[in-house]
Design a protein around this ligand. Structure first.
Ligand code: TXA
Ligand code: MG
Length: 317
């Protein structure tokens, strides 16, 4: 199969209506989209990603009204959060209608829904008027793609089309929240900062820790992982590393001298910029000839929380 990279929304729409999968841009990472109402298309997604069926998919729609078509109940706080932050990097788990198949939700009673903030994909969603199931467009467990080229590098020959919407502006996956007895739980730290959510709905519980029996397998201990081994630490920890190895460093803003490769996430120490650059930098390190990646732990605030979460999972064995 030849994989075409293009910007033709009509072509992507037709392919999706024909039951094919198409990689689409979002503000967080690229998704591998299929018609969420067509089980064959959904199966194609799992197949192309080698994704286990126990890991459910997020559905993407164009508006809050469109969210309501597929769920039975919208808590007030969910409505408020969607109204405040959508389109944007927020995914909410809501009770699904029967029209959403168990294949999409891995048999769970709730469906994950989000309204992505990318002009091409929003236009596509409005035009197609069906929900698109889309996990991140990477082989299961590997680093998520933030450009059309990243998708191509990993899935060429396995998918027919990539809709090219440039580089993702947020760079880490959406924040996933849900409700347990009216309480808001954050299951995955992501592109919408917890602090911003709390400004709107008050204190929330963050339960995005590692687990071997995750509600959201983004919680799997090892995930988002490069192939190279990776060590996490503070800048001082760098000096205790064995220097007979070729070390590549992923740093926040500091320049490391005398290392084989140094990827600086944000020279101005801006966490949003760091998030945007994170996955591309990790890929460059993973594709170079270094033996080991040393990554700095970032300040644990704002998007720094999501970045540290990804780095910890990337470093986990
Ligand atoms: O930013 C994003 O969310 C990107 C873009 C493409 O939208 N998508 C994404 O999808 O990161 P994925 O499949 O790589 O991660 C979705 C996470 C998984 O960890 C999955 O287990 C969880 O969401 N999830 C999906 N549906 C769920 C459900 N019904 N209940 C619990 N967790 C769910
Ligand atoms: Mg993923």
């Amino acid at each position: 199969m030849i994989t075409h990279i293009h910007t033709d929304i009509a072509k992507a729409t037709k392919a999706l209506l024909d039951g094919k999968v198409v990689a689409i841009p979002t503000e967080t990472v690229y998704g591998l989209a299929g018609n969420a109402l067509n089980d064959y298309a959904v199966l194609e997604i799992f197949k192309a990603k080698a994704r286990p069926f126990f890991d459910p998919l997020i559905i993407h729609v164009a508006s809050v009204e469109a969210v309501e078509q597929w769920i039975t109940e919208m808590p007030e706080a969910a409505r408020l959060l969607f109204q405040t932050f959508s389109p944007g990097p927020l995914t909410i788990l809501l009770k699904k209608k029967n029209t959403i198949s168990d294949l999409v939700t891995s048999g769970l009673p709730e469906v994950a829904v989000r309204i992505p903030n990318h002009p091409l994909t929003l236009e596509l969603l409005k035009k197609i008027n069906i929900p698109l199931a889309a996990p991140s467009a990477n082989p299961f467990g590997y680093i998520s793609p933030t450009s059309a080229q990243h998708v191509f590098d990993q899935l060429q020959g396995k998918i027919p089309e990539i809709l090219d919407g440039g580089t993702c502006q947020v760079g880490v996956e959406s924040t996933i929240i849900g409700f347990e007895n009216e309480k808001i739980i954050v299951y995955r730290l992501g592109g919408l900062a917890v602090e911003d959510i709390e400004k709107v709905v008050g204190t929330v519980e963050v339960r995005a820790h590692s687990t071997s029996n995750p509600k959201a397998p983004g919680q799997l201990k090892s995930h988002y992982a490069p192939r190279k081994s990776m060590i996490l630490g503070n800048d001082v920890d760098f000096f205790s590393l064995e220097k007979n190895k070729k070390i590549g460093v992923l740093s926040f803003s500091k320049k490391y001298l005398d290392v084989a490769q140094n990827e600086i996430l944000s020279p101005e120490a801006n966490l949003n910029e760091a998030a945007k650059n994170l996955f591309a930098a990790l890929r460059r390190l993973d594709n170079s000839d270094i033996d080991l990646i040393f990554a700095e732990i970032l300040p644990n605030e704002g998007l720094g929380k999501a970045i540290n979460d990804r780095l910890q999972r990337a470093a986990a064995k």
